[in-house]
Design a protein around this ligand. Structure first.
Ligand code: ZN
Ligand code: ZN
Length: 363
């Protein structure tokens, strides 16, 4: 990234932070949280702590970084190294990414490209470019289908928490991640003291990966008269689903059971839920790769992930693009840019190209 691109990105983000400062949502007990950030073109700065929201906000405005993070954990000494921080508890968190959910749209927008000659093709990615033997990288796009699937899985997590764990709906906050996923933060003190193993069990439970084999569930159900949902948790979910459809179902009972599981499981990233020392993007701040805002969602039904989190300006900028696949923001298509060209783009659409190093601000 050249200096012109770096200073363009910094000023675009700064412009948003001055305008959108009141969108930034700080957690309770700010003074016990660890903060961190990525400056544009630099390494991560971690183990920061602030005495108040005002102090944290002043630093964000001053740095206008590429990414801002805050811990879900509370610490006695948040600025010390991890082993000396004095962990006091952490909110339970779930992360759902469209990349982890199988959808048919992926063939249309996921690809590999060569870092050297920018040849590209469908996944799976060859280790070496088929044209020049240069090194290749994967590019994951997104569309309404996979973003909707991710939102659906986030809603499934909410159902698990409210129905199976007795969490109050008001204690669960849903956020768009700023890229292609959703985060859920659970403000229910019962979970705060849990260690990574216990958090892992909850993640495995919602993923449905701790269930017995489908064959053995089916054989248990085979000799039981359909009598509607029974038991609690997954048992209730599976018996309810199966009994409602069993009569007219054209396939095997085993197939129906696996459908009952796949239509209710939530593909959360377990490694995020179990990490009790992690820092998460702060709500109301911008994603470092996309320039889109991590945004709290009040009403999932009306939230539009292609429109609502796009908060950077429309101000046009000339970008010398090397290569960039087709993408969609604010319901407009951009690209594909398959060979080097200089194009004028609105700031919000220039940012993902610049942050990925696939173009530079034209000077
Ligand atoms: Zn190549
Ligand atoms: Zn998609």
């Amino acid at each position: 990234m050249n200096d012109a691109s770096k200073s363009f990105l910094k000023s675009a983000y700064k412009e948003y932070y001055f305008r959108g400062a009141d969108q930034i949502e700080f957690p309770d007990e700010v003074e016990s949280r660890e903060f961190g950030y990525f400056p544009f073109g630099g390494g991560m700065v971690r183990h920061l702590s602030f005495k108040s929201r005002g102090e944290a906000l002043a630093e964000i405005l001053k740095q206008s970084p590429s990414s801002v993070y805050c811990s879900n954990a509370r610490y006695e000494y948040p600025a010390r190294p991890i082993e000396e921080k004095g962990w006091l508890g952490a909110e339970l968190i779930f992360d759902i990414d469209a990349t982890d959910i199988q959808t048919t749209c992926k063939k249309g927008h996921d690809l590999w490209y060569c870092e050297k000659c920018h040849a590209s093709g469908k996944l799976p990615r060859p280790v070496r470019c088929t044209k020049c033997a240069g090194s290749t990288v994967e590019f994951h796009g997104k569309c309404e289908i996979c973003l909707d699937a991710a939102k659906d899985h986030a809603m499934r997590v909410i159902r698990f928490l409210t129905e199976d764990f007795g969490v109050d709906r008001g204690a669960i906050r849903l956020y768009f991640s700023g890229n292609r996923g959703y985060h859920l933060h659970v403000f229910d003190r019962r979970f705060d003291p849990l260690n990574p193993q216990a958090r892992g069990e909850i993640a495995e439970y919602v993923r449905g990966s701790s269930l017995p084999l489908v064959q053995s569930i089916a054989s248990t159900l085979r000799h039981r008269p359909p009598s509607g949902p029974q038991g609690v948790g997954w048992t209730r979910r599976i018996t309810g689903y199966v009994d409602e459809r069993r009569q007219d179902y054209p396939g095997t009972l085993q197939k129906l059971v696996s459908e009952a599981i796949s239509s209710q499981r939530a593909m959360v990233d377990s490694s995020v839920t179990t990490d009790i020392h992690r820092v998460f993007r702060l709500s109301g701040t911008l994603h470092g790769d996309t320039g889109m805002m991590k945004r709290r969602i009040e009403s999932a039904g009306s939230f539009d992930p292609q429109e609502d989190p796009v908060v950077l300006s429309e101000k046009p900028v000339k970008v010398a693009v090397e290569f960039y696949p087709k993408f969609r923001m604010k319901h407009k298509d951009f690209g594909p840019f398959l060979r080097p060209e200089t194009v004028e783009l609105p700031t919000f659409a220039a940012v993902p190209i610049l942050t990925r190093g696939l173009g530079e601000v034209a000077v």
